[in-house]
Ligand binder design. Structure first.
Ligand code: NI
Length: 161
């Protein structure tokens, strides 16, 4: 089956604010979605993507910071360690970036495309990207990390392009 580039949902699309549902069973639909999400992320030069960003209300994320593709279904982040600040962008918020404070190190667990449980300790950029994508599954965006005034000016900047 060929890979399809999906349409990226851009703020303020309602789906970006929804809580995503866990995947009960990893099947053909999820595998096709993972493939199409990867196609979409690479074509848009992103380093991470969450299913709601392509209009699908499921707990599925992918990431690739240049060391290979990571796919996670029903991801859970735990055991945070340390703190780190870094500027983040988002394909659903084109043209803006926000400095976000997050744990430096986390453990992430979830299912792979074969439905097998995987767990990884992540640090640095990879830990950051995964936390950003897991945020998407709860309807959280980078603009939620700044105060109301700053958020207002960022959103205005985005709309002007
Ligand atoms: Ni994002």
């Amino acid at each position: 089956m060929s890979r399809i580039e999906l349409k990226i949902e851009v703020y303020p699309a309602a789906i970006l604010r929804k809580r995503c549902l866990p995947v009960e069973e990893v099947g053909e639909n999820e595998i096709n979605l993972l493939k199409n999400m990867a196609e979409t992320m690479y074509r848009n030069r992103g380093i991470g993507l969450a299913a709601p960003q392509v209009g699908v209300n499921k707990q599925i994320i992918i990431a690739d910071i240049g060391r290979g593709l990571i796919e996670l279904i029903n991801p859970q982040v735990f055991s945070p360690k340390g703190k780190d600040k870094m500027e983040e962008g988002c394909l659903s918020l084109p043209g803006i970036s926000v400095v976000v404070k997050r744990p430096k190190e986390v453990i992430v667990s979830g299912l792979n495309r074969r439905g097998k449980r995987v767990e990884m300790r992540l640090r640095g950029l990879m830990a950051r990207v995964i936390q950003h994508e897991v945020d998407h599954l709860r309807g959280t965006l980078i603009i939620d990390y700044v105060n109301f005034i700053k958020r207002f000016s960022l959103v205005r900047r985005m709309k002007r392009g």
